[in-house]
Ligand binder design. Structure first.
Ligand code: ATP
Ligand code: MG
Length: 763
């Protein structure tokens, strides 16, 4: 029956339709960004249901996030006309595996009520185990062990499968033993960690073929999105489930090797390449028409990714000819970047477009703050996807609580928030006791602590800790009288053990939290005093953050996977930020190639316009550094790019600090390139190095072939000779000469400079 109800087939191109209709047997859809892979999956699901080929409960579909699962449910609902009743097996790998494990928990010695451990508990457990084995936990940290165990679990390895060599990487060969002890302890606690969910599934399937068979025939169809980001364990799990007893595995996976961006979490892009081997007779469908982006966006992205050696290579085309070129703009610094992008967004809105059509994609979440501050100032509605706003983040609120305690001995809320963060052995009972006493005496919590620790009301560990904490607070207050507010903040975070708490945490987000804490110090440095800063924060937090319809999306590139927006901003395209220095240092050329794929993901999110920015100066953790444009900018094919150069600023920066700028950049490069080189010598590497040498340290407008749109030279400035102006970097000065939009200014403090008029204000 292909009546009205299958109208969804009509919107598909022949290859897509082929993929949707080939429901029997294994199918791989391998295709570039925006070619309709997710759309194919959705239509396929709708088609299977519509044709009555399976009940919703017989289809297993894996999405990368829970949000994607919800969206897919809605889309399928739209396609088949009406809500889809219960798709119990649609979700992330973790959520589906947890569901299966609850059913068969006893087979791996768990009860179905098992708990999934949070990261704090995990670390605590590992600490105990390390201690019990008489290992120096300063040298061999629980966090490191946790990562190691995780990576083994991602590979599907139980302790007895760990080779001696692998085991050696922890405490002189004790890795395997500790892993084993950890698993035993988890079982005793009726608990498991995230990695165990799939691993236990594997154990069950391997040890109980009958159970596996049951699932093999239950899941008539399997669908997997973003297949390029599956790790070995997920792959093994899929492979076991997909063996159909009838001989035909109806598994459909869709992916794009160029968008593999989770290698750092154990994803193996090779899973795509192995698909045809594992599922003999698999059909492979390639989609080449991109429906998302204009010609220039697609051309820029395709050109960029061509610099990667490690790829299958594919053709992409679009009928959406013309449109705007991808723009690249150099700006002075992060606030300028935020100001210019916010201005662009306001233009977009005043042209009748919506905020929700706009996304800003950053490499690291700490880059978000300058945008948030600008948006708040302008009252421009925005949301942070995949996390709270900067000032609402837990670690930032904790840090603020410390600062508030520093400032005031009556801020009970702040005191309560941090008195046992990090954990100091001050439990809820103690805190309740303190609150009671404070109320009875009519004093603040802090005063109550001072009084009660003199009595026997509180004893033991809690008393010792409270006394020590109060001593710390007294010392900080004393130091705050003489130290700059940023120094004291850093000192408090370190001495309180707060930073260490996140260093020890195994939470995947803890590295980001530590970066945010550094960004907080940076934010503080923009205010003269602690009071001024805290005042600012309270105003910022006061902004109504209720749900709004129309908001700009701010998110990391990693969380932008699979999404699309008419207008996409990619700020911070600078060496060290993007590509990230950390991934190049840790993984050499492979790390660089993963960064490049991330850039490809970023550009291909755009439907109508992609705008790239780099700043000439970045204030990193409080100190200014000159930055140079990302090599990714050089790699964009010139015919698809337009450099809107505000590089008057860029050149100035180069002149101003040229010597240390070059020295520092050179040594930074030398290190990471040497590391990369020792790993691989390939034609791509050669090409890449030649390119880099050619372009090293040059402003993009000098780089061959880039179309440069300069601020029109004959456009005359609004400023007149003799006029007094203010410049955000150089301060007050008098205009001595005007040349188009350039001004020569004699600054009162900084001397004679050439500046752009758009960065200058009338006084
Ligand atoms: P990514 O690799 O980024 O995840 P994708 O391959 O999953 O991309 P989709 O998100 O499925 O691509 O599709 C990209 C856009 O193109 C969507 O807006 C989708 O609705 C549209 N699209 C896909 N196929 C067609 C088609 N045949 N006709 C019209 N629009 C289409
Ligand atoms: Mg997709």
């Amino acid at each position: 029956n292909t009546g009205d109800s299958s109208a969804y087939l009509e919107g598909l191109n022949p290859e897509q339709r082929d993929a949707v209709l080939s429901t029997e047997g294994p199918l791989l859809v391998l295709a570039g960004a925006g070619t309709g892979k997710t759309r194919v999956l959705t239509c396929r699901l709708a088609h299977i249901l519509n044709q009555g080929q399976a009940y919703p409960s017989q289809i297993l579909s894996v999405t990368f996030t829970n949000k994607a699962a919800r969206e897919m449910k809605e889309r399928v609902g739209d396609l088949v006309g009406g809500a889809v009743e219960g798709m119990p097996w649609m979700g992330t790998f973790h959520s589906i595996a947890a569901k299966i494990l609850r059913i068969h928990a006893e087979l791996v010695d768990l009860k179905s009520s098992f708990t999934i451990l949070d990261t704090d508990d995990q670390i605590r457990l590992l600490k105990q185990i390390i201690k019990a084995h008489n290992i120096d936990e300063k040298r061999w940290t629980a966090r490191y062990l946790a990562n190691l165990i995780d990576s083994w679990k991602n590979k599907g390895l139980l302790p007895d499968k760990i080779s001696a060599g692998d085991s050696h990487s922890f405490a002189d060969g004790k890795g395997r033993e500790l892993y084993k002890a950890y698993q035993t302890r988890l079982t005793q606690l009726n608990a498991c960690d995230f990695g165990d969910l799939l691993l236990h599934n594997l154990t069950i399937f391997q040890n109980y073929p009958d159970i596996l068979k049951k699932y093999n025939s239950k899941f008539r169809y399997m669908l997997v999105d973003e297949y390029q980001d599956t790790n070995v364990c997920q792959y093994l799990w899929l492979r076991l489930l997909a063996q159909n007893s009838g001989g035909s595995s109806n598994i459909c996976v869709v992916g794009d090797d160029d968008q593999s961006i989770y290698g750092w979490r154990g994803a193996e892009v090779d899973n795509i390449l192995r698909f045809e081997k594992d599922f003999p007779g698999a059909k492979v469908v390639k989609l080449e028409r991109n429906y998302r982006s204009t010609e220039h966006i697609l051309g820029a992205a395709s050109g960029l990714i061509r610099a990667n050696q490690d790829r299958l290579g594919k053709t992409l085309w679009t009928e959406d000819k013309g449109g705007n070129k991808v723009s690249v703009m150099g700006v002075w610094d992060a606030p300028a970047e935020a100001r210019i992008i916010a201005g662009e967004i306001e233009n977009w809105k005043s042209n009748g477009r919506r905020y929700s059509e706009v996304a800003i994609l950053v490499r690291a979440s700490r880059q978000m703050r300058s945008f948030e501050e600008r948006f708040i100032t302008l009252g421009l509605p925005y949301k942070v996807i995949g996390g709270p706003r900067f000032f609402e983040r837990a670690e930032i609120r904790d840090a603020h609580a410390y600062l508030r305690v520093l400032k005031s001995d009556t801020d009970d809320l702040a005191f309560e928030r941090i008195v046992n963060t990090p954990k100091r052995g001050i439990g809820n009972t103690t805190i309740q006791k303190l609150q009671l006493a404070a109320r009875a005496m009519g004093v603040s919590l802090e005063t109550a602590v001072r009084e009660l620790t003199k009595t026997d009301e509180i004893r033991g560990k809690a008393r010792t800790s409270l006394k020590a904490f109060i001593l710390d607070v007294d010392r900080w207050r004393k130091e705050a009288e003489t130290l700059p507010h940023t120094d004291i903040a850093e000192r408090i975070l370190d001495e309180s053990g707060y930073t260490q708490m996140w260093k020890d945490s195994k939470d995947a987000k803890s590295a980001g939290r530590l970066e945010n804490l550094k960004e907080l110090i940076q934010a503080m440095s923009e205010f003269p005093t602690l009071d001024a800063y805290l005042e600012h924060v309270s105003l910022v937090l006061d902004v109504d953050s209720g749900p709004k319809e129309d908001e700009v999306s701010l998110m990391t590139l990693h969380s932008a996977k699979g999404l699309e927006f008419p207008l996409v901003f990619l700020p911070g395209m600078e060496e060290g930020i993007f590509p990230s220095q950390k991934s190049m240092d840790e993984n050499g050329l492979a790390g660089l190639e993963e960064e490049r794929r991330l850039a490809y993901v970023g550009i291909t999110r755009a439907r109508e316009q992609a705008k790239i920015y780099f700043a000439a100066n970045r204030q990193v953790y409080g100190s200014w550094q000159s930055s140079i444009p990302s090599r990714f900018i050089d790699e964009l094919p010139p015919q698809h790019v337009e450099v809107e150069s505000e590089t008057g600023y860029f050149e100035q920066a180069g002149r101003k600090q040229s010597s240390d700028y070059v020295m520092e950049a050179a040594s930074r490069f030398a290190d990471s390139f040497e590391a990369a080189k020792s790993q691989r010598t390939s034609p791509g590497w050669q090409r890449y190095q030649e390119n880099r040498n050619k372009n090293f340290g040059r402003a993009p407008k000098e780089i061959e072939g880039h179309a440069v749109k300069r601020p029109a030279a004959n456009k005359s400035s609004n400023f007149k000779v003799g006029e007094r102006i203010f410049h955000q970097k150089f301060g007050y000065g008098t205009v001595t000469e005007t040349n188009g939009t350039k001004l020569s200014v004699s600054f009162e403090k900084a001397g004679d400079k050439m500046v752009l008029d758009s960065f200058v204000e009338r006084t």
